[in-house]
Design a protein around this ligand. Structure first.
Ligand code: ADP
Ligand code: ZN
Ligand code: ZN
Length: 815
């Protein structure tokens, strides 16, 4: 009797055992996939964990349906790493696997299968089964695994689906909400029958009576002399032609259209260019990093904005390439970094792969396989947090850029991992070096550098003698008193804006809130319209004249009168990006104004388009939320205005001050990236606030000392570790009782290390009441033992019937 233990991508703790025959037992290895039956009629793709001969004593094993891989898809190091994640972040291995593998690798009964636009070359390309499934999808828009089972009249069908997937003829539904569509450009070329000189001449001769078409062809020859790919829009423009003429040529089979992605996973651009020569300061930083790598596993590069950290990374990558080692370059959010991808592809050409959950499944599968096979086209992987799940074989270095960014922490669902910390563990398993980079390091990383756990390298000057921006604080309270405000603009900000516009320079205005105004309040009775599902006020969006909830998406038309007292005295208080934009249009009617926030970047390429317009100088003033802070490199921005720093500072979170410093410093960093010194104006009711003072003189160390001291006093990271336990239930009483019970039992052992339960600032979301317990663990106390204790409490909690439907969420090192 032979058995395998497998992991299923579900949130259940243990392994599951299935029986296999002798041949299968000898063939199967950990990291291969099998499809297995589960429950009454479910099918899952499971990952083999171990092969053995010990029959489970308590239940009868089922046999597997099918083996899906010839060789392991997942390496032993990955399995070890994922087990670390599950243990550290208090979730199941199944949850890690669901996050780690692209869903095309995890076909299951719930998977929805649809047909793609691609057609098979001819019928012989398909087996009979494949043909049947493919054919069925012409009559029906989608199928489930069980449909395919009845169609083929047998149980084992996952492999058929998989081969169709590999052939690109079908696709599976993505779990991502907004699918990322890489930008496609249309190109034209001469159809192959005409590429011979003779046939070409013949063709041109035959066109003497179609001069317009002829002109297009002549232009195409001219352009293809210098360019490998000719874009259709360019061809149309240069040949002074129009779309119908091009269409005729395509329909006649003379021209052929094809599409390429602009930021394609596989680079098809010009030959790589030489890496840039470093400045003396950068050179020195590079040497220090290399020296630090000799002694320490992890090094932090603290380099001010625009100091050229990227160029330093590029050199490090360059010097590692010849060793054949793999390099992982992690970024907080890839959608925001098209600029960087282009830059790296410029240097390293087709060695660069991009991995991101918003890329199509096929592209992710491709990168996965390339990394697993150590192909050179995936030697350098740029990715967001999920890229650390790739099957690296020989990882040499991990670069984590903007390491302070909170979006490195996965908030939901489990595993709630921090990609920076998890990548460090991965690097350690490979014996790879880690470089963290930031202009405003997280307190955690800077603390580790101070404690000598990490190496620390400073790069304090901007590249090319560019000065740090001049930061000026403006007191709004005073300006209001002296009637020097126009709407939300102080006279000082307006003055600086006039100056910049005069010089034909661009302006960025930062406002933390999107929408028109955070709350609409009745000036008669003081009531603000609330979301029916969450405990928050609705936000007014003037553009569509509606009220919206930013937590659950609820929306309703703007009220004409107050729902509480009936008077028509609803007043939009406070302000968001939309209101700033409107005020701007009144103040600067002749300038080109644009807005960048979640609402204006929803469309397919809306974000990229905004950046492109900004780069091309088609925008004079750009208003936006923190999206603006993220590493954008605009050449012609000389002024950055922060409309109101106070709502950042007053946010109820122990990291609020650190975050404010980082955000303000990063936004300021967008100003003056060329010779002329940039200007930043920060408006606040409280300009004496120590964080604003520190921002204004670029005093990171001062900020670190003061914040670190405070965190020590109040027992927060980096001096203590935290675990947040969240309780959610639709019934307030049940939620309350459950969280109080949990807190009391925890306190029996952990005493004053347990805080709460407490309601968060927004205590109800999507009709569920929420409360939090925070456990603060001193550094000298065993983290593992504390977690084991918490898990024991949770088991006792789960055993109680009245709490059985209360959701309990563990968040280790919560953000
Ligand atoms: P950071 O990431 O530190 O904010 P970047 O790497 O984006 O800074 O560099 C800022 C600008 O300076 C970029 O436009 C970059 O191309 C340019 N730059 C930096 N270092 C060099 C160098 N050694 N040679 C030429 N240009 C450089
Ligand atoms: Zn809501
Ligand atoms: Zn009212």
């Amino acid at each position: 009797m032979y058995f395998i233990d497998v992991i299923l991508p579900i949130p259940l703790k243990q392994h599951f055992t299935y029986s296999v025959n002798k041949d299968e037992a000898y063939f199967l290895k950990p990291g291969m996939r099998v499809s297995v039956p589960f429950g009454k009629s479910k099918v899952y793709t499971a990952l083999v964990y171990g092969v053995h001969q010990n029959e489970p004593p308590t239940y009868e094993t089922k046999s597997i349906d099918q083996i899906l891989d010839e060789t392991p898809l997942v390496t032993p190091t990955q399995l070890k790493h994922w087990e670390w994640i599950a243990k550290y972040y208090m979730c199941t291995l199944g949850e890690v696997i669901r996050a780690a593998l692209p869903s095309a690798f995890l076909l299951e009964s719930e998977t929805i299968i649809t047909r793609t636009a691609k057609e098979p070359l001819d019928d012989s390309e398909l087996t009979d089964d494949e043909f049947m499934v493919h054919e069925a999808l012409t009559h029906q828009s989608s199928l489930h695994i069980n449909d395919i089972r009845s169609l083929l009249d047998r149980k084992n069908v996952v492999k058929v689906i998989q081969t169709l997937l590999e052939k690109g003829l079908i696709s599976v539904q993505e779990e991502v909400f907004e699918q990322y569509k890489p930008r496609l450009k249309r190109y034209l070329r001469l159809s192959s029958p005409f590429s011979e000189e003779d046939s070409l001449r013949e063709l041109l001769d035959s066109m003497s009576r179609a001069p317009k078409q002829r002109q297009v062809l002549m232009t195409l020859f001219m352009l293809s002399a210098t360019e490998e790919h000719v874009e259709s829009t360019q061809l149309q423009k240069k040949s002074d032609s129009n779309a119908p003429v091009l269409r005729t040529l395509i329909d006649k089979g003379i021209l052929e259209e094809y599409y390429l992605q602009k930021d394609r996973v596989e680079y098809k651009g010009e030959a790589p260019s030489e890496v840039k020569k470093l400045s003396p300061a950068q050179e020195k930083a590079l040497e220090q990093i290399e020296a630090s790598f000799q002694e320490k596993e992890i090094t932090l590069l603290h380099g001010v904005t625009s100091s050229g950290k990227t160029e330093v990374y590029v050199q490090l990558i360059d010097s590692l390439l010849s060793t054949g080692k793999q390099i992982l370059y992690m970024l907080p959010e890839i959608a925001l970094t098209a600029q960087l991808i282009t830059r790296l592809q410029h240097y390293f050409g087709e060695k660069v792969s991009v991995y991101h959950s918003k890329y199509s499944l096929n592209e992710r599968v491709e990168v996965w396989k390339n990394v697993l096979a150590q192909r050179s086209k995936a030697q350098i992987v740029i990715g967001a947090r999920s890229s650390l799940f790739l099957p690296f074989q020989n990882l040499g270095m991990v670069i984590i850029d903007e390491e302070h960014e909170p979006s490195f922490k996965q908030y939901s669902p489990a595993p709630r991992y921090h990609a920076r910390d998890t990548a460090m563990v991965l690097a350690q398993m490979h014996g790879a070096k880690v470089l963290l980079g930031s202009a405003t390091p997280s307190l955690e990383s800077y603390y580790n550098a101070q404690e000598d756990k990490f190496g620390l390298v400073l790069l304090k000057e901007r590249y090319g003698n560019v000065l740090m921006p001049d930061i000026e604080l403006v007191d709004i309270r005073d300006k209001l008193k002296r009637k020097r405000m126009k709407g939300h603009f102080s006279d000082r900000l307006l003055e600086a804006m006039e100056e910049a516009l005069e010089e034909k320079e661009q302006i960025i205005l930062f406002q933390n809130r999107r929408g028109f105004s955070p709350v609409v309040e009745c000036t008669t009775c003081g009531v603000a319209p609330q979301c029916p599902n969450c405990d928050v006020s609705l936000t007014y969006h003037q553009h569509r004249n509606e009220l919206r909830c930013h937590y659950c998406g609820y929306q309703m038309a703007m009220l004409v009168s107050c729902m509480a007292c009936g008077s028509d005295t609803l007043d939009p208080k406070g302000f968001g990006t939309e209101q700033i934009e409107e005020e701007l249009r009144a103040l600067f009617p002749n300038q080109r104004i644009a807005r960048m926030d979640q609402d204006t970047t929803k469309g397919k390429h809306a974000y990229e388009k905004l950046i492109e317009r900004m780069e091309n100088g088609e925008i004079d003033i750009l208003v936006g939320t923190q999206m603006l802070a993220k590493g954008l490199d605009f050449r012609n921005v000389s002024l950055v205005g922060v409309m109101n720093a106070d709502n950042l500072l007053n946010f109820p979170d122990f990291r609020a001050h650190e975050r404010s410093y980082q955000l303000l410093q990063q936004v300021s960093g967008r100003a003056g990236r060329t010779e002329k010194r940039g200007k930043v104006i920060i408006q606040s009711y409280n300009p004496l606030h120590q964080i604003l003072q520190q921002v204004s003189v670029n005093d990171y160390e001062g900020m670190y000392k003061e914040q670190s001291e405070e965190r020590y006093q109040y027992k927060y990271p980096p001096h203590y570790r935290t675990i947040r336990i969240t309780f959610k239930h639709r019934n307030f009483g049940t939620m309350q009782k459950a969280s109080v019970w949990f807190g009391e039992v925890l306190r029996l052992q952990l005493k004053e290390q347990v805080l709460g339960p407490e309601s968060p600032a927004i205590s109800r979301i999507r009709n569920e009441f929420i409360s939090n317990i925070l456990v603060k663990i001193p550094k000298q106390q065993s983290l593992q033992k504390t977690k084991t204790f918490i898990q024991k409490v949770q088991q006792r909690f789960n055993a109680q019937k009245e709490f059985s439907r209360v959701k309990v969420i563990m968040d280790v090192d919560n953000y």
